[in-house]
Design a protein around this ligand. Structure first.
Ligand code: OAD
Length: 232
């Protein structure tokens, strides 16, 4: 089981959220990324996530994404590979990964902000930075299909993650700061299941999480090639 965060897409030119030049250094989380903005100022949500949608569409998967896709391809029929990503950029799928759980949704889909509306979420690459798009069925604001702060992880993704963690014998986190729950707690569940637990990141953990038994520091796009012995 692999858990990825924004760091794996850094070599594709996408910004991480925390740290120097991070998205949350420029944009206030409450003002742009909180679910409450859908009620009082949905334009703020598009102001942040519209350009991120355009950037992820323009980006290409990098070596780290390619290595994970190759590892999945090489597995035996008896082995199960699950890639849980907090990223909404779609780069794992574009690199060829198949069994991907998008924990925080995807920036390439739009849906209605009204929970009672029947509009099906739809693929949409328009960044909607000029005007807030409105639902053709109920006239509420449309929104990117991304999990905002203050929202729960969708039930299906939450259930699939728990199931994967229960059966997991190898857990590798890659390029995530481990600050956002529930993903930040996954390593403890994996440890409880008896898995080998590995941390891959550019930087050491800010406060050491004892559930990780191994640590490989460096750029994901370099570390993963060595770790899996895969050339792409
Ligand atoms: P963060 O921005 O919090 O953390 C990115 C991590 O990637 C940091 O620990 C960096 O040290 C590491 N990193 C940077 N470049 C790297 C590289 N080339 N190789 C390996 N590691 C590298 O991103 P996440 O942990 O993904 O949610 O953040 C979790 C969630 O918080 C995101 O999904 C996002 C955010 O708010 C939403 O917006 C819904």
């Amino acid at each position: 089981m692999i858990l990825t965060g924004a760091g794996i897409s850094a070599a594709s030119g996408l910004r991480t959220f925390r740290g120097k030049d991070g998205v949350w250094e420029e944009y206030d989380v409450e003002e742009f990324g909180h679910v409450n903005r859908l009620q009082d100022n949905p334009g703020r949500v598009w102001e942040l996530f519209g350009p991120l949608r355009a950037e992820s569409k323009a980006a290409a998967p990098n070596t780290a994404h390619a290595v994970l896709a190759e590892v999945e391809r090489r597995l035996h029929a008896t082995q199960l590979f699950v890639l849980i990503t907090q990223n909404f950029d779609g780069l794992h799928q574009r690199a060829g990964s198949k069994n991907v759980i998008e924990l925080h949704g995807t920036s390439h889909r739009t849906r209605c902000s009204n929970p009672d509306c029947d509009l099906e979420p739809f693929i949409d690459e328009n960044p909607h930075t000029d005007a807030v798009p409105l639902c053709p069925m109920c006239d509420h604001a449309l929104r990117p299909d991304i999990v905002l702060f203050g929202e729960r992880i969708p039930a299906l993704q939450s259930w699939e993650s728990k199931r994967a963690l229960r059966d997991c014998d190898l857990f590798i986190s890659i390029g995530t700061s481990g600050t956002v729950a529930p993903a930040s707690n996954f390593v403890r569940s994996a440890e409880y299941a008896g898995a080998r637990t590995i941390y891959v990141n550019l930087d050491p953990m800010e406060s050491r999480n004892p559930a990780y038994k191994e640590e490989y520091l460096g750029k994901a796009e370099e570390v993963l090639c060595k770790l899996f012995g895969v050339e792409t």
